[in-house]
Design a protein around this ligand. Sequence first.
Ligand code: SAM
Length: 463
Amino acid sequence: MEKNLNFIDHEYIYSLIEKSKNVTEDDINKILDKAQAKKGLTHGEVAALFEIKKPNQRKRLFEIAHMLKESIYGNRIVVFAPLYVSNYCVNNCVYCGYKICNKFERKKLTREEIQNEVKLLEKMGHKRLALEAGEDPINCDINYILDAIDAVYSTKFENGAIRRINVNIAATTLENYKKLKAAEIGTYILFQETYHKPTYESMHPHCLKGNYEYHLTAFDRAMEGGIDDVGGGVLFGLADPKFEVISLMLHNEHLEKTHGVGFHTISVPRLKQAEGMSLEQFPHLVDDDLFKNIVAIIRLAVPFTGLILSTRETPEMRREVIKYGVSQVSAGSSTDVGGYTDRALGKSAPDQFELADHRTPLEILKSLLDEDYVPSYCTACYRQGRTGDRFMELAKSGNIQNVCGPNALMTLMEYAMDYGDKELLEKVEEVIAREIIKIKRDDIKELTKNNIKRIKNGERDLY
Ligand code: SAM
């Protein structure tokens, strides 16, 4: 495959940023009109939206983001948790608590420890995990990761099993991506951290991760290896956020052009305090107002791509930006290896970075339900082979509502039956009664009602 390594052309991006400073109010209105028609935006249009200054246009940006989210995703929010299996790391990422120069006793979980973590995650109701690890070709090689995936999938419970594992491990080889594909991972997630090459190099000094081109082309190798759902992201705070979002869009356009499908998801992590660094070192921290704009602009630009928000953000910020397009949230997370077991034992260990939302999944679910969202643990698309361009076709055709809506209600009832309390069950009954009548096709409405009855009678995993 011919690789276009130049899809993040820095000179071009700088010139686009300069040019976008001259956009008029009228230009911005036209771009907003296009976004409102669910047509998505080009990277050039994204650059222009960063120039919104007028409060009425900012208001319109948020209104459109909200409308797109409602009409494409409905009020569903997918819930997941990270699982850190190893903090061995050969890298020296300036921003990360797991960097090699931070001295603490490193660990990787044994199969039994992984299964213990998974049991605790399952007790919280999780069905989808994101497997996370530091980069260490000796202590945490691909075979360790494959064994970890197998350990997770083969942990069985009374109420089923973990149904989808997304994987967030360092950029790797084509051969290793083929192995991850064969291990039936969900999405392969990799944050570019920063698309700005000089910043990338200064943030990853003297380390394996320091090779900008190798990191940037990881998704090309992953897709060549058969993984058709890839999840991108930027660690906001390292470089100019406008440069980063334009680059994210260029990366998405590159994947669409080369592989026929762009990002399945985009994550929007903001830099948090971590051991061995101080936030003052970073001149590009993103404040709350800008962060909200970024989420809304991404939603307008790629309306059919999932947007992921983690517990790095406070409950208040999560509540707000969910409105502007977030479709997946983590809940009850720990970023420490063995963290769920430690938590159960009242112990603490080194975290990769600080978190800001410490609520339990049950608390998060109640709060989502109070705001009229439908928390979803659905994993059906992936297990039915609706990945890559097949998922995108489903999303673009509007049929996602006929499939994901009912599945969300079924997994929500499962959650309420298996992990909820009386208060939650009452809320869930109310929400299901309200949502089920919105299902347009009569046959699907009947099927959903029937499946919910079966779930109440003890059956599981219906979709
Ligand atoms: N080792 C893999 C890699 O190199 O991509 C996995 C990365 S790590 C487990 C997951 C992500 O945490 C990183 O990609 C980075 O964006 C994020 N992260 C690291 N330090 C952070 C910090 N101080 N604040 C917020 N996020 C951070």
